[in-house]
Design a protein around this ligand. Sequence first.
Ligand code: SF4
Length: 460
Amino acid sequence: MLSVLDIFRIGIGPSSSHTVGPMRIARMFAAAALRSKRCADIARVTVELQGSLALTGEGHGTLKATMLGLMGHRPDRLDPDEGEAALEALAAGGELVLGGECALRFDPRRDIDLAGHIIPDLHPNGMKLAAHGADGAVLLERTYYSTGGGFVASEKQLRTKPTDDRVESEPTPYEFTSAADLLALCDSHDRPICEIVLANEDARRDRARTMAGLDRIAEAMDQCIERGLTQRGTLPGGLKVARRAPDMWDNLSANPLSNEREQLFDWLNCFAMAVNEENAAGGRVVTAPTNGAAGIIPAVMRFYCKDGEDRACRDSRRRFLLTAGAIGLLYKQRASISGAEMGCQGEVGVACSMAAGGLAALWGGTPAQVASAAEIGMEHNLGLTCDPVGGLVQVPCIERNAIGAVKAVNAARLALHRTGAESCVSLDQVIETMRQTGIDMSSKYKETSQGGLAVNVIEC
Ligand code: SF4
């Protein structure tokens, strides 16, 4: 079983599958090359970005992330300004220090191949890296896949289930592979979903470390909102998309006690867009479960747990994240959270489902109501395509998170108003439907920018 702390990864924008994953892969490769060869033997490093990584890689920051990873940077520790400075130095000097140790000549136009015509069978986000000697001979070659949400997998891991880098973990007391299993565990042990998940986390590390990890995630989400509420101007990438969250925040702050009924929408929109505008600008965000969908969970959590210093609120944030994380694990294990595999239903749809479940738990819902909220959150996102204009994580992504946050709250309300009657759609059924829909979806609508809004909207 995966850990909920793997679902929420602190990293940088704009994309978990196209920025965070490739940076982790490139860093792993640099370390492997320096372990197996002497620096003096390595003359050149090349990278082939395949499928979606090539087709939307430019707009999603994949090339930059790859170079930073080769230099040894980690997405969870990198200061975005420090990263920009390192890339400027590389561009000016033409030298890349592999793994922070070994200086090589590097030119992204020559050494990074955008092989969008190669769509690997195992996963559409393939990445082949090679180290070469002075005579051009290949000294080391590895292929990895960025499987969504910052997760990465080797070819061997994808060929032999379990399918990614952290699945082979310690056994946990409450193993579950479906929502039905999870609900049965809650029932037989008379415990809510968050306690079942927490018991599993206890098998991996001390309780205090898990709690500190959850608090760190909540804090990083809040910091991202705060930064997004104060940064003005136009987002990078050429679409000339203006940041809107700061003006919305100013209007709301000027009328905090307004009785306007739709103000709930404004608060959720404002928080979600603050996160996704930060993400689009390459700022620090938390995968929830991906970067493209990173605004929904922080917005809902911030609105319904207002003061992070307050002990009761800190506890409710932990419960929210554990419950939402458990739902995210189900999608990760039974389907996918990658837009390149599932379209946007696998990103914004999953985030909406997770947030709806987390909120239903905070509102005192039973495990069955939590699962019902999660089911509703996905049911009305089925078929949602990924067609980002200009290959950037901006249009439709930023507004889509605002809509997703509002939809999550409504899904939780609908679930809590259920009076005993079982839903005719279970959470497992909707996850399987999402998986099948994702498989059937044309690749044009799976993070390739070859269909939908990406071809019908003329870039500014
Ligand atoms: S459209 Fe959805 S899946 Fe595609 S990049 Fe935007 S948020 Fe991610």
